[in-house]
Design a binder for this molecule. Structure first.
Ligand SMILES: N[C@@H](CCC(=O)N[C@@H](CS)C(=O)NCC(=O)O)C(=O)O
Length: 220
């Protein structure tokens, strides 16, 4: 039975799952949810996913929200081998830490500084959030010091999750070039990740256009 993924291309955690699923060669039936039109708050979707977020995976009787949990599950259940999410506990724990850093620190700091205030509160960029976001980028820069990938020498599911937030931040004008290792890694990801343009760039371009429109409305 084909798995279903509820997603929206503008959503960076959704794009993380798309990139990881491609790398794992996992087939997903994509169900696009109109978040801006409020489809995620409809009765039908709330019954399925009380968290009302995308991405959301349905694999038979398994219903899973949270992008990191989804990519961990896909890698463990459907990966042809364990290269993207090793069974070795030390390697795996570093990947888990990077995933928790992504969902617990990087994503919320970016969201609370740019996405929520500009797109949902209509209050403009939250300048008070910028130091925290810069701190998260400095941390990521340190992780990448001497490493090609966020969890070490090999690409892992953590790279697919983190790259969608970092590339979206870059696309809306956050200056990623200040973080030398992050900038080099981002270029590496664009080269190495399969179908990067289709699965990440297109959605983030849509997001960036929408963000710029909202910002200019707020500033006019
Ligand atoms: N930590 C969650 C975040 C998911 C999330 O916030 N998705 C946004 C789109 S980027 C969403 O669905 N927002 C609608 C809502 O929260 O009601 C993940 O990694 O999946």
């Amino acid at each position: 039975m084909t798995m279903e993924l509820y997603y929206n291309p503008m959503s960076f955690p959704s794009r993380a799952v798309l990139l990881a699923a491609r790398a794992l060669d996992v087939g997903l039936e994509l169900k696009k949810l109109d978040i801006l039109g409020g489809e995620h708050m409809g009765e039908e979707y709330l019954k399925l996913n009380p968290q009302h977020t995308v991405p959301f995976l349905v694999d038979g009787d398994l219903h899973l929200s949270e992008s990191a949990a989804i990519v961990m599950y896909l890698a463990d259940s459907y990966g042809k081998d364990d290269t993207l999410y090793p069974q070795d506990l030390k390697k795996r724990s570093i990947i888990n830490q990077r995933l928790f850093f992504s969902t617990g620190t990087l994503f919320p700091r970016f969201g609370q500084t740019y996405v929520v205030p500009v797109l949902f509160k209509g209050t403009g960029i939250n300048e008070d959030g910028i130091p925290g976001l810069e701190d998260a980028f400095n941390t990521l820069n340190d992780y990448l010091d001497g490493n090609d990938w966020v969890a070490g020498e090999a690409i892992s599911i953590a790279d697919y999750c983190i790259v969608t937030t970092v590339s979206t931040a870059e696309a809306i004008g956050f200056d990623v070039s200040r973080y030398e290792n992050v900038a080099a890694w981002l270029a590496r990801c664009k080269e190495a990740i399969e179908e990067y343009d289709d699965l990440n760039q297109n959605g983030l371009d849509q997001f960036a256009t929408y963000f710029a429109e909202k910002l200019s409305q707020l500033e006019s």
